[in-house]
Design a protein around this ligand. Structure first.
Ligand code: NAP
Length: 420
């Protein structure tokens, strides 16, 4: 039974994606898929991605029934609120959806809608595959060495949003509690102070690391690296590392080994069918991304580390115009590009839609439509290799020709027709 939608319509011809008893998606050939175009450049990249995904679905004998829903600016115009019930309910009911970027004011105003959505839908894993497509310019000499999948925890750490503003009674109470009642020898300077609390739980850590290890096993990946700052934050980041290893041992004893075991028992050569679980301190990991790129595969990280790491990794394979992502919960997927709403380019039919299109590719993979997903990848790669590209790539390649967002997407659609 459908939710009663106030201002949006459920496409009549589409069917629901459902889940089986293990929360695995059950996907018809004609699913209803909600889409939020988003703020700023979302109005440019959203329709571009829809056109490409339609072409890939049709070329493989399927049909996407889009259900347009609203958040951010477009929702304020229609509903006078940022995140209407219609939207949240549609994403819940239809299980798999895609969104463009949403603007978040800095310092004041409303909290991030992206964070709110991930929380409301309990989308606890933010997944960002980082791989190089031929022809994409990169600041490093061997971008093809990068082939990582980042699993970033999405619900706690700094995303828990427990913060106390300078000058309020609350922050004073927290300071007094820490210094006087808890008896910490505090180093908080006198004067105005803002205080944040960073929770990392065993539950949150283990479900994220479980997802990363399951992915590594299913996709024949060599390693899962836990990235933390446990040398300084022992009881949060250090606990993330410890719980991560504990989970691997408890639930994947047959399929995983630790790095110590790799050297003690296998002389550094892992057997083909095991995943090596290792850990790195976050600052070291940031340099290893550059210096030992090929030694890393799947990364599992608390929220803030994951934010920094995935943008840095994204830069190595061509930047934000390219980098895709998806948020995963139990039986639920919300794909979205890594980039934001880039307001200065909004509505100019100028920016690169590849990140949104490749987020769609990730969504197709989650549907189990691997043939359609590969078509999208191949068509985007061929288009970029042709050097008929959007401004961000054109300015970096010799002999490139600058296309509008819509022209670039139209040519990708043509390529899908040719490849199919
Ligand atoms: P941004 O919107 O990602 O844009 C930063 C720069 O990245 C742009 O000026 C542009 O660089 C490049 N870029 C981003 N998307 C591109 C694309 N599709 N094609 C080509 N180049 C692209 O980051 P921001 O300016 O920090 O954030 C703007 C707003 O977006 C903020 O309100 C922020 O909170 C929000 N945001 C939302 C999400 C989300 O919805 N998930 C994520 C991040 C940020 P050049 O000008 O150098 O070409």
């Amino acid at each position: 039974m459908s939710h009663e939608y106030e201002q949006v319509e459920v496409p009549a011809d589409g069917e629901h994606i459902t889940v089986d008893e293990n929360d695995e998606l059950v996907v018809p050939d004609n699913p209803v898929i909600p889409i939020i175009h988003g703020d700023g450049i979302g109005t440019d990249v959203g329709p571009a991605a829809q056109a490409v995904l339609n072409a890939a679905a049709e070329a493989t004998g399927r049909e996407i029934n889009w259900m347009r829903v609203y958040a951010g600016e477009a929702a304020r115009e229609r509903y006078d609120e940022n995140l209407p019930d219609d939207t949240v309910e549609a994403l819940k009911e239809f299980r798999v959806s895609i969104k463009g970027p949403l603007t978040t004011p800095v310092g004041a105003g409303f909290r991030s809608l992206n964070v709110a959505l991930r929380k409301k839908l309990d989308l606890y894993a933010n997944v960002r595959p980082t791989y190089h497509l031929d022809g994409v310019p990169s600041p490093v000499t061997a971008p093809e060495k990068m082939d990582m999948v980042n699993f970033r925890e999405n619900t706690e750490d700094v995303y828990a949003g427990i913060e106390f503003e300078a000058g309020t009674d609350e922050v004073q109470q927290v300071k007094e509690f820490v210094e006087e009642e808890m008896g910490f020898d505090s180093t908080i300077h006198d004067g105005p102070v803002g205080i944040g609390i960073k929770p990392i739980t065993e539950f949150g850590t283990k479900r994220l690391v479980r997802r990363a290890i399951e992915y590594a096993i299913a996709n024949d990946r060599d390693s899962v690296t836990l990235v933390h700052k446990g040398n300084i934050m022992k009881f949060t980041e250090g606990a993330f590392r410890d719980w991560g290893y504990e989970l691997a041992e408890e639930e994947f004893a047959e399929e995983t080994i630790t790095e110590d075991e790799l050297w003690d028992e296998y002389d550094g050569e892992a057997p083909d069918d095991v995943v090596v679980v290792k850990d790195r301190i976050a600052d070291n990991m940031l340099q290893q991304l550059l210096t030992r790129t090929e030694q890393y595969d799947v990364l599992a990280m608390p929220n803030l580390n994951g934010d920094y790491l995935s943008d840095a990794a994204g830069a190595q394979i061509g930047g934000l115009g390219i980098a895709p992502g998806a948020n995963l919960g139990e039986g639920r997927v919300l794909a979205e590009p890594v980039h934001g709403s880039a307001p200065k380019y909004a509505g100019q039919d100028k920016v690169n839609p590849s990140a949104m299109i490749l987020s769609g590719r990730l969504m197709l993979e989650q549907l189990g439509w691997h043939d359609a997903a590969e078509l999208v990848r191949d068509a985007v790669e061929a288009q970029i290799s042709s050097k008929r590209v959007t401004y961000d790539i054109e300015r970096q390649v010799e002999g490139g020709e600058k296309l509008a967002t819509s022209e670039f997407a139209d040519e990708i659609v043509e390529r899908i027709h040719d490849l199919a």
